[in-house]
Design a protein around this ligand. Structure first.
Ligand code: MLT
Length: 308
């Protein structure tokens, strides 16, 4: 019998495997996770639970960590590997939903949707506001993996020119997507009216878009981050928005989540927010739940095909 602890909100469905005992505790505080984790063979999380060295150390019997989603930045992969704990994720399960949310933020930011909604609720019928059209504009995509690629497909429906920067993907992928892949990030930035980032968060991408990069964008550009907080440097974004260089921003993520309500970006009138909801659709969460559980069970049974 394998014991599996789930510590984030998930739609896992029915567990049909009699060898699995699953404890679904999505609100379990960290202290309690640390206290009970030694009794489990596997842990399944999304991004709420910090699977750091201390948690992995406490998990004396842990064999597998399943990450329900793409990003593994909340899992200390080195510590897991030192302790022989396998980590699996389900990168394909929420691609579509994440790409759709990036577009929801881009469109909302370009058209002042949230601000207009707020004003109407306050009794203000403001028809003076002017937004931005997308037709024949250029969108820059940083990171042309699964999600960035899907964002590019949607961009073509808006009749946009699509540029991308991604040093790790083959040129043929960009060609198939109808995307111009440039070797130099500044070259992309100088040309794009809309910028969206779709990379993982790691040492290479933390602060990748800072003050200098934001100022390379044409004046009046819109930036979107539905990937990970910190890829666009928050301090730089606050400054550059404040100096009037950008038209607006759409953010699904923060460097520290949840952000403090006093955070200047939370309160910023030019920023449209969602609460790290990229993967939050019924469809994506059904796929994530099913796939992560299946992968964790298979890995416990000795199939190493999904281990990162
Ligand atoms: C992901 O990395 O796929 C998402 O951040 C998952 C989540 O919403 O927790």
């Amino acid at each position: 019998m394998w014991r599996v602890l789930v510590t984030d909100e998930m739609r896992l469905g029915e567990v049909k495997n009699g060898d699995i005992r699953l404890d679904y505790k999505p609100n379990m505080p960290r202290e309690e996770i640390l206290r009970v984790i030694a009794g489990y063979d596997a842990l399944i999380t999304r991004s709420r639970t910090q699977v750091d060295a201390a948690l992995l150390e406490a998990g004396k019997n842990l064999k597998v960590v399943g990450r329900g989603g793409v990003g593994v930045d909340n899992v200390d992969l080195e510590a897991a590997s030192r302790r022989g704990i396998l980590v699996v994720n389900v990168p394909e399960a929420n691609t579509r939903s994440a790409a759709e949310l990036a577009w929801a933020l881009l469109l909302a930011a370009a058209r002042g949707v949230v601000d207009s909604d707020r004003k109407i609720r306050e009794g203000v019928w403001d028809r003076k506001y002017l937004g931005l059209e997308l037709d024949r504009k250029t969108i820059g995509i940083v990171g042309l993996g699964r999600i960035g690629g899907q964002v590019a497909r949607f961009a073509r429906a808006f009749n946009m020119r699509v540029l991308a920067y991604d040093p790790y993907i083959p040129r043929t992928r960009a060609e198939t997507l109808g995307v111009e892949l440039l070797d130099d990030l500044p070259d992309v930035l100088r040309q794009c009216h809309f910028l969206t980032v779709h990379t993982p968060l790691n040492e290479e991408t933390r602060g990748l878009i800072g003050r200098r990069e934001l100022y390379l964008l044409p004046k009046g550009a819109v930036v979107v981050n539905a990937a990970r907080g910190g890829i666009i440097d928050e301090k730089a974004l606050i400054e550059v928005l404040g100096e009037g260089h950008l038209f607006a921003a759409g953010l699904d993520v923060f460097e520290l989540e949840p952000p403090n309500v006093e955070h200047p970006l939370v309160q910023h009138p030019k920023v449209t927010h969602t609460a790290h909801l990229g993967a939050n659709t019924f469809e994506a969460q059904d796929r994530v739940g099913e796939a992560v559980l299946e992968r964790v069970i298979e890995t416990l049974q000795g199939n190493l095909a999904y281990a990162l």
